[in-house]
Design a protein around this ligand. Structure first.
Ligand SMILES: NC(=O)c1ccc[n+]([C@@H]2O[C@H](COP(=O)([O-])OP(=O)(O)OC[C@H]3O[C@@H](n4cnc5c(N)ncnc54)[C@H](OP(=O)(O)O)[C@@H]3O)[C@@H](O)[C@H]2O)c1
Length: 346
């Protein structure tokens, strides 16, 4: 049965609340919860940070007239958990509060727990509906679902290119390409992903800091490929200001803030890197180039989203950017004098 307009409105509100936890709940998903009574919201909450109370707990705590819970309708963006983790099961809480109905956006992707929270609720007579705004919920938690279902982080590729398709000057000379607003957006994107990766030559020529300076939010885990440990130790990536992982073929002991992860030369690079990140529960990685790394991930289909910032000016020559064409183009929008093209893997 299609969800009513009211159900969709409440679930949209719950998804908006869930979004407020962005960057703080991983490796947990973003979850929001809205509790209504006779068409009126009586409590709201979201999962604010990893290890903290779940959305349902916060929403129940926000209800100032607890007797209304008895006949309430609860909207929650992810199936209430049925097992003891860092907190007691949310399904038990809803049962204890004797809520009347529960409306769910997405099921728990873990096959060992999927459906169990719902079953627990139904077993005591609570009416449960599922799948309301399911696609929106999957999009919101795309990093979480990708890690759970594909055992690899969600991969966002990002680059800036000139109007004639170059992303660096001749001989890898870094040149300013995007404008002020795009730079702020990139810092926001950095704060939204758990890790950030660059290739050897980008690290060498651009000497990036890969932190969040022009936005408020957590710094990502820095990742760099340096097979032969050729990068100068004086570069920003090794300043110990932020955890950094170096993927290499050579052995080297860790130093403050820098960990060296040995990879096998017998196996392709990126499947090993993504596997290592999944083992660490890293949900997402922003890849900031350069073109060799980007092209390799594109060719292997190891990406989910690409954000291309196209500047209005031409360079006339240099290092060409990867070409995506129109396949997978999802949206485009202006950002100052630049245009951002967002692709999703077709
Ligand atoms: N405009 C932008 O958005 C942007 C962003 C980033 C960078 N850039 C520019 O891009 C230029 C650097 O790009 P680049 O393509 O030369 O270098 P890069 O992608 O930064 O690094 C390339 C290196 O990474 C390793 N690598 C990448 N993919 C690999 C794979 N599949 N298997 C094994 N090794 C792999 C290789 O290391 P080995 O050589 O050790 O084998 C390769 O040489 C710089 O000029 C920088 O300014 C522009």
């Amino acid at each position: 049965m299609p969800a009513s307009d009211f159900d969709q409105l409440m679930m949209r509100r719950a998804l908006d609340l869930a979004r407020l936890g962005t960057g703080f709940t991983r490796p947990n998903p973003l979850v929001g919860c809205v509790i209504t009574h006779e068409g009126r919201i009586i409590g709201e909450g979201w999962h604010r940070q990893y290890g903290g109370p779940h959305a349902e707990v916060n929403a129940v705590a926000a209800v100032t007239e607890p007797h209304l819970l008895l006949r309430s309708r609860v909207y929650v963006t992810l199936e209430p958990c049925s097992h003891f983790g860092k907190t007691p099961p949310c399904a038990d809480l809803l049962i204890e509060k004797q809520v009347a109905e529960v409306v769910i956006c997405n099921l728990d992707p873990n096959p060992l727990v999927a459906g169990r929270g719902i079953q627990k609720l139904r077993d005591v007579g609570i009416q449960v509906e599922t799948g309301v705004l399911e696609a929106e919920g999957r999009w919101l938690n795309r990093r979480f679902f990708t890690l759970q279902e594909q055992q690899r982080p969600y991969v966002v590729l990002k680059w800036a290119e000139t109007a004639d398709g170059y992303l660096a000057g001749p001989y890898f000379q870094p040149v300013p390409i995007s404008g002020e607003l795009a730079r702020v957006a990139v810092h926001q994107w950095r704060s939204e992903e758990q890790a950030i990766l660059v290739g050897t030559r980008t690290a060498l020529h651009d000497n990036p800091r890969l932190n969040v300076r022009e936005w408020s939010g957590p710094d990502p885990l820095r990742l760099v490929i340096d097979k032969n440990l050729s990068l100068p130790p004086t570069h920003h990536l090794f300043d110990g200001s932020q955890p950094t992982v170096v993927y290499t073929y050579r052995e080297r002991a860790a130093r403050p803030g820098v960990e060296y992860v040995m990879l096998s030369e017998a196996e392709d690079l990126f499947p090993q890197i993504l596997r290592h990140l999944a083992q660490r529960n890293v949900q997402s990685v922003l890849v900031e180039g350069g073109p060799t790394v980007l092209t390799s991930l594109l060719k292997d289909g190891l990406w989910d989203e690409a954000r291309v910032i196209r500047a209005p000016h031409r360079l006339g020559g240099g290092v060409p950017a990867p070409h995506l064409g129109l396949a997978g183009l999802h949206e485009q929008f202006p950002l100052g004098e630049d245009t951002v093209f967002v692709y999703r893997r077709p």
